[in-house]
Design a protein around this ligand. Sequence first.
Ligand SMILES: [Cu+2]
Length: 150
Amino acid sequence: MVLNGKKLMGWIVVVLVLLLAGSYWFLSNSTGDSVPAGGRDNDVKTFDLVAVEHTGKHPQTGEQMEIYRWDPGLLVVNKGDRVRLNIIGLNGHSHPFTIEGMGVKGEVVKGDVTTVEFVAKKAGTFKIVCLSHTDLSNEGPMIGHIVVLK
Ligand SMILES: [Cu+2]
């Protein structure tokens, strides 16, 4: 193949554009050293939950019922994930809670957002238990589940 000056310049431009595009791609995909000490936010699996109340009549007794729930009540993460829960207190004055097996405790109060963060170190199913609304006779059970996959 014979290249005259014009064709050669064209090839040089094509090669330069490819080099620039390649280095841009490389730089934008590299992790870099500028990660803040707490890790980047997109490394955290974040869930927005709501403490909600359901009301209605029991279908058999006709008794008025008030039941509290975590919504959503089922979360799935992977082992090793850093997990953040932002829990909105929509209904009910107070929901002191614990996440069994995670060493997490907190309280959700009406009109506020409670944030807890933890690392899912073990695989398994872990309960988010409201200590006030434990069973049907206490306007519960207000129990959610976190499934940690291997
Ligand atoms: Cu509760």
